[in-house]
Structures are given as structure tokens and as C-alpha cells.
Design a protein around this ligand. Structure first.
Ligand code: 6PG
Length: 246
């Protein structure tokens, strides 16, 4: 099982640059090794500056024709909605780079949580079955964390045992969230990643980063969903100084 490790960067911009360097390295290595790079994108607002950095790289740095893009979670709204994770990724990255549209697999949130989750489960199964026996189906998963310890749309108190044979599932966000109906990839799906990057910034996350890292080491806890994340390699937390546990 993988371990959670911490990388502290000077500020949020430096954290985004570090994540960009990881992305470039993993993408180039995956394409050289198996001819494709399967990446899961995070929602929320923190990854936007990373996406903008990636979209501004000199042409040819990344081979977008061999990238396959998935989404870790989505809100049940249309693709142009202000709260759509797909919309944010499209505006800051996918709409600015030469990636073939067929390589981008969005969660069709407007179909509602049950139907969209079942559809996405099927999409993931197809992509997973294309991986060679020795390869992880996902090369890189990018995730964020909420101040309550959630990641993707895996919120505290979820019945994780119900997800054991699912790759995508419906989810309900807490009442204060702008969009409560969600679809999320599950822990078993994330566990099929070669690498996970947790990009987190801001003093508001500091206490929870500390709790998660301790729980991940000692006793992963469903009340702290990010502590339950595993993958084939490392779960690397890339945080700015403000979010670094003291
Ligand atoms: C979402 C998410 C969610 C997000 C965290 C961090 O769709 O809301 O995928 O898990 O990554 O809440 O969000 P911020 O980056 O906005 O703090």
C-alpha cells in the first residue's frame, strides 16, 4: 500500500509549479513506456493555476494526442454551468491545448447522479480494461481537499463499504455546498492510480492536512476521507507554506 508524503512549497504559485513538473515527468514517462497518459483532473478552484501553467507550456512539451483525461468528480449541472468542474478545466486547460475531443471523458452531470454515475462507471471500466497487465490503469490522479477532509466528492460519513465494487458512484455534498448532487470516482478507482497528487493551499486547510497525514499513517478514518486514499505509488501532498502542518 502507498504512503502519504508531504512536499511544502513557498506559496500557492510554487505549489502549482511543482505539480506542473510532476505532471510533465509522469506524462513523458507514461507515453514513453506505454504510449498513453491517463490523467484524472480535480475539481474545485485550487487546480486552476496549474491548468493555466500547463496550457501555457511551449508547444511540444506535452504530447496531448496521447493524453486521456478523466474527472475525479462532478457536480450535477450542465457543462457550461458556473459550478461545473468540466467547464473550469475546459476554460483553463482543455480548450487551449491540442487534445482530441474523444480523449476527454467528462462526467455527464446533467443526467442526474444515478444515471451519470452508472455511465461513468462504464467509461472507467473500458479505459481500465485497455491497460496492460503490468500498468496501472491511471498514470496520474490530481485531487484537492476540502477543509472538512473530503476529496473528490467523497464526504465525511460516506458508507465506503458500499463502493467496493464501483468505480464511480452518486454522492451528496453537505447542505452548504452550492450543488449537492454529485458523481464521484470511488476509492477503488483512485487506488488504480500509479500516482496521486493532492494540491492544497491556504491556512484554512492547515489543521486538516495535519489530521489527514496523521490518520493516513496510523488509522485511516471514514470521517477523514482523504486519509483513506491509496494508490500504487505515493499519495503526494503538494501544499503551500500556509497549509503546511506545523
Ligand atoms: C469539487 C471537488 C472537491 C475539491 C475540494 C477543494 O468538485 O468540489 O473536486 O473535492 O477538490 O473541495 O476545493 P478547492 O480547491 O476549491 O479548495
Amino acid at each position: 500500500m502507498s504512503g502519504h508524503v508531504l512536499t511544502v512549497c513557498e506559496d500557492a504559485a510554487a505549489a502549482a509549479r511543482t505539480a506542473m513538473e510532476r505532471w510533465i515527468g509522469i506524462s513523458q514517462d507514461s507515453i514513453a513506456r506505454r504510449g498513453r497518459f491517463v490523467v484524472v483532473l480535480a475539481g474545485g478552484s485550487t487546480p486552476k493555476s496549474l491548468y493555466e501553467l500547463l496550457s501555457a507550456l511551449p508547444a511540444g512539451t506535452l504530447d496531448w494526442s496521447r493524453a486521456v483525461v478523466l474527472f475525479g468528480d462532478e457536480r450535477c449541472v450542465g457543462p457550461d454551468h458556473l459550478d461545473s468542474n468540466f467547464r473550469m478545466a475546459k476554460e483553463s486547460l482543455l480548450g487551449r491545448v491540442p487534445i482530441p475531443a474523444v480523449n476527454v471523458h467528462r462526467i455527464v452531470g446533467e443526467n442526474g447522479p444515478q444515471k451519470a454515475a452508472a455511465q461513468y462507471d462504464g467509461v472507467l471500466r473500458q479505459i481500465f480494461s485497455a491497460a496492460g497487465a503490468q500498468d496501472a490503469p491511471i498514470d496520474l490522479t490530481l485531487l484537492g481537499m476540502g477543509a472538512d477532509g473530503h476529496t473528490a466528492s467523497l464526504f465525511p460519513g460516506r458508507d465506503f463499504s458500499a463502493d467496493v465494487s464501483l468505480l464511480a458512484a452518486p454522492a451528496v455534498a453537505p447542505p452548504e455546498s452550492p450543488v449537492r448532487d454529485r458523481v464521484t470516482m470511488t476509492l477503488p478507482a483512485f487506488a488504480a492510480s500509479a500516482n496521486i497528487l493532492m494540491l492544497t493551499a491556504g491556512a484554512g486547510k492547515r489543521q486538516m492536512v495535519g489530521k489527514i497525514l496523521t490518520a493516513a499513517k496510523t488509522r485511516p478514518n471514514p470521517i477523514l476521507p482523504s486519509s483513506l486514499l491509496t494508490c500504487r505509488g505515493r499519495v503526494e501532498w503538494i501544499v503551500d507554506r500556509a497549509a503546511a502542518p506545523v
